[in-house]
Design a protein around this ligand. Sequence first.
Ligand code: G3P
Length: 214
Amino acid sequence: MKFFIDTANIKEIETAHQLGILDGVTTNPTLLSREKGDYREILKQICKIVDGPISAEVISDDSEGMIKEAEKLREIGDNIVIKIPCTKQGLIAVNKLRNEEILCNVTLIFSPVQALMSARAGAAFVSPFVGRLDDIQHDGMNLIQDIMTIYDNYCMDTEIIVASIRHPIHVVQAALIGADICTIPFSVIDKLLNHPLTNNGIANFKADWEKVSK
Ligand code: G3P
């Protein structure tokens, strides 16, 4: 499973990058709004740090506006992927952008058929939001399983980015069902390596070593 980080924060991206696990970055207007400075400069910096797909989202409602934004965003870096919401206008834009060989990540996916239609329209990636489904008492990870089954049935190569990750169990579940990519907030990445038995083990090894090394 590939690891993406779900943030626009440069420090978080640099720290995760140092772990050697980072394959890409997803941003959205909310995440960019939390950072200081011009969003284009932030995206440019992110593109320099991570050599992988960097999702940047459009905010227009109409396909023409989305396509104009996409072309501007692509000037920032060759690895920019255009994040487009799963609407009719969104899929029209995705379909046109695929003819220009611009990769799109269709976002705000909450049903299997949205993912099927996005793949048919030419999405390189889809982003189903598991956490937001869990929030309303639907099992988000079932959606991932359903999308994987549909894509396997038709040999579709659109990659599934498991998004809206809230805790390490989401990451484990995504890996167990064989999801392509998980995009994870820094706060969750930070927890992934943390295990009390590892911490205790280190403390015990140190204490035993100190007894003989004096
Ligand atoms: O990548 C999508 C993600 O940022 C949404 O997460 O926690 O706002 O549901 P959340």
